[in-house]
Write a protein that binds this ligand. Structure first.
Ligand SMILES: *Cc1c(COP(=O)(O)O)cnc(C)c1O
Length: 378
């Protein structure tokens, strides 16, 4: 069993995919080929925003958004404490300070009460300007943007949506990557919509920010690539990856997104009452980047992981270390008591094999193994 079976996915679309890749190679238009523009158009249309600007990866996408807003020295950006490192890393990369915020125990996403408390704390200290909230759609479920927008609006802050894991998810009919003032995603192979290497994209309705991002991602270009009006970076999605994504996108919206809901239901059936299964809020749809359950203790979680491993069933701990404990952020001196939930989660969560090509038998096998284990240990 694979944690995420990209080989099966390739087999399901092999001949089309080979043809798409060959078409790029035969034309040798590796950078800025027509597939890049076509992909941007299709993704913007799907998400329901005016602009999609593709770039080299999901980390750059976040950084480009912060650059477009001119966020830097003296600014505070509020980031969930329970996420992938990149969500906090980019804040430091532009010279701003990441203020980590505890998360909800049920959804793993930003806790809006904790967000308000942290904003008030920063404003009381008066050293930093509260500039933006960087919300993450963890494991595929969108964060609570109605509340986040309300809090951000009250404090005159922008909202950046990190949809690296959430592409394909939605709240009501509003899709992930349309929920922030700027939203981003990643096409890293293991993400819900992944390419065959690295890739990312930025989404926004704002013309001015979109223009700035198109400039920043090609060396701060002005009228042309050789007219450079600002310091930028080199962050492009190449044509091969765009061709791969165009082919995968059809499969993604046509079948995979529906199938992952089914696989999640199979898991729910097996594991309900055994461990804590994922909680998806009413009206919210996850793209199921991960299927993550909670055990009562670290010992039981580690034990289950060990047992699965012995039976050649891969599982993973996302994330072993909350952001405030990462050495890279130590200079900021966070207060442990602000992060009780994320600390607990880091000790009790386990992500199980999950992808649209998983069979019901495989899910049953994993479920039965955890249920048997639970009888003895939980
Ligand atoms: C993967 C990921 C990123 C970074 O994406 P890359 O394409 O790997 O740079 C950022 N944020 C979150 C939440 C992610 O899961």
């Amino acid at each position: 069993m694979k944690f995420r079976d990209l080989e099966k996915q390739y087999q399901a679309m092999k001949s089309d995919m080979d043809a798409s890749i060959r078409a790029v190679i035969e034309k040798a238009n590796f950078i800025h080929g027509e597939q890049v523009t076509e992909l941007e158009t299709r993704l913007a249309e799907y998400v329901g925003v005016k602009h999609c600007v593709s770039c080299a990866n999901g980390t750059d996408a976040l950084q480009l958004a912060l650059m477009a807003w001119g966020i830097g020295k003296g600014d505070a950006v509020f980031v969930p404490d329970f996420t992938f490192f990149a969500s906090g890393e980019v804040v430091c990369a532009v010279g701003a300070v990441p203020i980590f915020v505890d998360v909800r125990r049920d959804t793993f996403n930003l806790d809006c009460d904790a967000l308000e408390r942290m904003i008030e704390k920063v404003e009381k200290e008066g050293k930093l300007r509260s500039a933006a909230v960087l919300a993450v759609d963890l494991f595929g479920q969108p964060a609570q943007y109605d509340r986040i927008r309300e809090v951000a609006g009250k404090h005159n802050m922008l909202v950046l949506e990190d949809g690296a894991q959430g592409f394909g998810g939605k709240i009501g009919e509003k899709k992930v990557c349309s929920l922030g003032d700027i939203s981003t995603t990643s096409f890293f192979p293991a993400k819900p919509l992944g390419c065959y290497g690295d890739g990312g994209a930025v989404f926004t309705d704002n013309d001015e920010w979109a223009d700035l991002i198109r400039s920043y991602c090609v060396h701060g270009k002005g009228k042309s690539k050789y007219d450079n009006v600002r310091i930028g970076m080199n962050s492009r999605l190449d044509t091969l990856q765009a061709a791969v994504l165009l082919r995968k996108f059809s499969q993604f919206v046509g079948w995979e997104l529906g199938q992952v809901q089914t696989v999640a239901e199979w898991y729910d059936e097996q594991l309900k009452g055994v461990v804590e299964i994922p909680c998806i809020l009413k009206g919210y749809y996850s793209s199921w980047a991960q299927y993550t359950v909670k055990f009562p203790t670290r010992e039981s979680r580690d034990g289950a992981m060990h047992l699965l491993g012995e039976n050649e069933i891969p599982s993973a701990v996302y994330y072993e270390k909350p952001m405030h404990r990462q050495k890279a952020f130590q200079e900021f001196q966070y207060n442990e008591t602000d992060y009780l939930v994320s600390t607990e989660l880091s000790q009790t969560v386990l992500s199980l094999p999950f992808h649209p090509y998983l069979s019901r038998e495989e899910v049953t096998l994993v479920g039965k193994m955890i249920a048997e284990y639970a009888k003895e240990w939980l």
